[in-house]
Design a protein around this ligand. Sequence first.
Ligand SMILES: [Zn+2]
Length: 246
Amino acid sequence: MDSSVTREPAPLRVDLHAHTRFSPDAAMSPRELVDRALDAGVDRIAVTDHGEIEGALEARAYAPAHVIVGEEIRCEGKTELIGLFLTERIPQGLPIEGTVERIRAQGGLVYAPHPYAYARRPRWHAERSLAVADIVEVFNSRAFYPPWNRRALEAARARSLVAAASTDSHFGHELGRAYTEVPAFDGAAGLLRALARGTPVGIATASPFIHVASISLKAARLLVAPGRYAPDRERPPTTIEPLGAD
Ligand SMILES: [Zn+2]
């Protein structure tokens, strides 16, 4: 038998949650993020800066075949969602329904990051994000308290939602600590189908001190360049047209 006829393409390792220095608390340039991800054996990396897609667009221009453009969005009430396969930045602080509507209008997927982390976040954030999610982050390498990831996995199973493991990398050494192994895929719908057949792999979680490093970086940058990472209310008005009546 000719094995080349039946052989499936090699599986891919995808990390759906990582930050560049376009996030105030992360260190890598978009190119460095891509290079470090590939070095760590990650084939597809979603660049998901806080409230920003500029770094993701830069990363995709550098390595179009390897990058998914995303954004980690803080919705009204501080519930966090990630939009994947975005073409335009989505403002922060919108009602969760309006945020989801904008992600879907761009053909994107809604990813619920670390739904049960951290201790300071009330549990209802998880309910809100899981109710609208296409994909649940069942392992986040920065969620250092094991029950947070365990609860996310249980919730994904209970709701029959598609699961992914991601690093939430803010620094280069974090890449490769988690990924989901999936069959080869193309585009948003293809990723969703691939994840349904995929295997989330969590290699390691960070020490809690990784958050101290991020917070220190953010504080230093705010001192040096307070306007560079201005919150939405201090930005120029967004060019995105409002959708519907939200
Ligand atoms: Zn993140």
